[in-house]
Design a binder for this molecule. Structure first.
Ligand code: GLN
Length: 193
């Protein structure tokens, strides 16, 4: 198994550290040739979605990754990564990959209250969740599975090959969400064989 980590901007090293801890092989996507390599899963980190969108287009990576996601490549987006995958952004008229049928609100917790940590359930398991100028999911298609709700807001969900969290599991020592993603990748690999 080989996981690609989008490494254009944001908190990608933290994801790599978790993959290292789990003994999973990974590499960074920094330019077009990287995106053309073979891989079994993709992580889109937190950071700034507008900057990530611009860089993906400028570097000619955007269409390559979008096509792979549409073909079923497992993808895990955290925070800005969630915004990149959302079909609609409530308070922004940009759409990036737009491959996941969710509507999200950007910077939904206000600038001042932008960072906080809670312990709450992800797929029925208590984990620490770090929110940094985070979005939340306002609307979700029936085909999506809700995995976390914090303060009545959906903050983690899955739709087939796409997993998103509004929080940053990579900024904690807890590997639950990454392990969940790795099992999605395993299922995808097995189905392909
Ligand atoms: N506020 C950022 C955005 O809208 C996301 C914040 C994050 O990834 N920590 O892109």
């Amino acid at each position: 198994m080989r996981i690609a980590v989008l490494a254009l901007q944001g908190a990608f090293i933290e994801h790599e550290n978790i993959l290292k801890k789990l003994g999973i092989e990974y590499f960074e996507i920094r330019q077009k040739k990287d995106a053309l390599e073979e891989f079994d899963g993709l992580i889109i980190p937190g950071g700034e979605s507008t900057a990530q969108g611009k860089l993906l287009h400028d570097l000619g990576i955007f269409d390559i990754l979008k096509e792979k996601i549409l073909k079923g490549l497992p993808v895990f987006g955290t925070c800005a990564g969630l915004i990149m995958l959302a079909k609609k952004i409530d308070n922004d008229n940009r759409v990036h990959f737009g491959t996941m049928d969710i509507e999200v609100v950007r910077n939904a917790y206000g600038r001042q209250l932008g960072s906080f940590t809670v312990i709450d359930k992800f797929a029925n398991e208590d984990i620490p969740m770090v929110f940094i100028r985070a979005p939340y999911i306002k609307k979700i298609n029936e085909s999506c599975q809700v995995l976390s709700v914090v303060d009545e807001r959906i903050v983690a969900a899955r739709s087939n090959n796409q997993l998103v969290t509004a929080f940053h599991p990579e900024l904690t020592n807890n590997t639950t969400v990454h392990q969940y993603f790795i099992s999605m990748v395993k299922d995808y690999k097995n189905a392909k064989c």
